[in-house]
Design a protein around this ligand. Sequence first.
Ligand SMILES: [Zn+2]
Ligand SMILES: [Zn+2]
Length: 343
Amino acid sequence: MQLYNTLSAKERAELIEKAGKDRLTLSFYKYHHIKNPQIFRNHLFVTWDEMDVLGRIYIAREGINGQLSVPADNFRAFKEHLDSITFLKDVRLNIAIEHDDKSFLKLKVKVRNKIVADGLNDDTFDVTDKGVHVDAEKFNELIEDPDTILVDMRNHYESEIGHFKNAITPDVDTFRDSLPIIEEDLKEHKEDKKLVMYCTGGIRCEKASAYFKHKGFKDVYQLEGGIIEYTRQVKGKDLENKFIGKNFVFDERRAERISEDIIAHCHQCGKPCDTHVNCANEACHLLFIQCEECAEKMNRCCSEACMEVVALPYEEQKALRKGKYKSNNIFKKGRSEVLKFKG
Ligand SMILES: [Zn+2]
Ligand SMILES: [Zn+2]
């Protein structure tokens, strides 16, 4: 029985190209007590590998969180299989609006301690005591209410390229950092305001809403299914779209355009731009926003220092990286001294 990938990403990309079949990019999560994550993991890998499902799935004792790419032809079989697992029956699938057939190139099913690396200590509060879930229509209504405070639960590099109008977008690098900061900023309003929050697919709000309720916020709401589901409902039900810019996503596509507004700037020249790239110097790999012109001028690098590195023969680059394990960790995502226009 094959329990792991045998194809490289490159071989996989070629196969997908050859097959020429449509794939659906989707995500889902569920908090549920899983007794033996490893056995469950193997079961999913074997079943999904046969269906040619690709993606990144985390399984923990607290539940499952997955982002996948499923061949359209196999979607029905995939859904039937999900429904055959009691706690995943009718789980909401967030289906991406822009389809990229190469959004994932491998099937990775990993057992982890948590399904989201949130750095929170679960014992301090009850994760199941979460906020009120609202759909797009109710959300639109709520955020027009003057007694509402709207908070973006994502990180700075995500909200930088797109967010809801009038949302508070904390300048944070991690989810864990954001919670105490938001609590401090809003502590005067624990009882007199409605706290409404959103994130990409809803999973971060599951924990955040429970956290804020635990901290004494009385009226807590969360956008069910996050921006992904909101966009789907806005289109399907012809509602007013209140999200501006792009929705940052964690796969090869990097973002989905939701409105035509470009709210960010090239970090190198400052002109309007909302295209995230990673620095071409593999040892750096900094995530930042770069326009086409700067990409050309800078050879897809974040700095002159990185341009010098990528100009070296590959073997020399490799030698340079030696002994500097994960040197890119010195950079925070989307932040670096070398970027003049990082807002
Ligand atoms: Zn530029
Ligand atoms: Zn760089």
